[in-house]
Design a protein around this ligand. Structure first.
Ligand SMILES: Nc1ncnc2c1ncn2[C@@H]1O[C@H](COP(=O)(O)OP(=O)(O)OP(=O)(O)O)[C@@H](O)[C@H]1O
Ligand SMILES: [Mg+2]
Length: 200
């Protein structure tokens, strides 16, 4: 049983809280705080499938199983950090300021292209892709990696796309197109972002 400390909270979404693992600062522990059991079950099932398929984990955190914590069952993942050691910030954070987007636009643009290619080449199926569920792992001023930290998997009753890269590709392209369109719509005043998106 591990003890999660409030001062080790790295982030929270609508359903989960994420803490630095008390025994290993390269890991994080995610605990459900509000009706996230179903999503967690789907996520873990999908991770098992990816592990069996032996994918590369460049733009997806590794999953290391579940542990008992003082806040209930926790799922252990790789904690994504920038090169300087600080916990990577979400893409949402970088898009909320046009000035920040501008500063990192080269890296953001390139990392989005890399992410798209990665999802297609590894046939990784996502639910809706959102900037709050991607962290930008900053390498230096010009480069970084977009890592998807939430909302992967497949809720189809017959999840053909999980097993067939033919159907997978169609689904990934559809999700990607919606992702690009939703960012364009959500940040109309972010000019540097609009320029990045026009390349997709
Ligand atoms: N592996 C990780 N590395 C770095 N930061 C992370 C990681 N996983 C989560 N985070 C941070 O914690 C926040 C919440 O995590 P997560 O998105 O998994 O929670 P959630 O409750 O499932 O979210 P949602 O509201 O999308 O359902 C993220 O937005 C991100 O800032
Ligand atoms: Mg999330």
């Amino acid at each position: 049983m591990i003890e999660l400390q409030e001062n080790q909270l790295v982030g929270k979404g609508l359903h989960r809280e994420v803490y630095v693992h008390p025994d290993d600062s390269s890991l994080c522990v995610k605990v459900v705080v509000l009706r996230g059991e179903e999503e967690t079950r789907r996520e873990q099932a999908y991770y098992k499938l990816l592990q069996r398929r032996n994918i590369v984990w460049d733009m997806l955190p590794q999953f290391y199983g579940v542990v008992e914590t003082n806040k209930g069952e926790g799922a252990v993942f790789e904690l994504i950090r920038d090169v300087d050691g600080s916990v990577s910030k979400t893409l949402e954070y970088y898009l909320q300021s046009a000035q920040l987007t501008e500063q990192y636009s080269q890296g953001i643009q390139h990392s989005l292209q890399l992410l798209k290619d990665y999802l297609l080449s590894q046939n990784i199926i996502t639910m809706t892709i959102k900037p709050k569920n991607i962290v930008y792992k900053k390498q230096d001023e010009q480069s970084g990696l977009c890592v998807i930290i939430d909302n992967i998997g497949n809720s189809d009753i017959v999840p053909l796309s999980s097993y067939s890269s033919f159907f997978g590709r169609k689904k990934i392209m559809r999700k990607w197109t919606r992702f690009i369109a939703s960012m364009a719509k959500h940040y109309p005043d972010n000019q540097p972002l609009q320029i990045i998106l026009s390349g997709f």
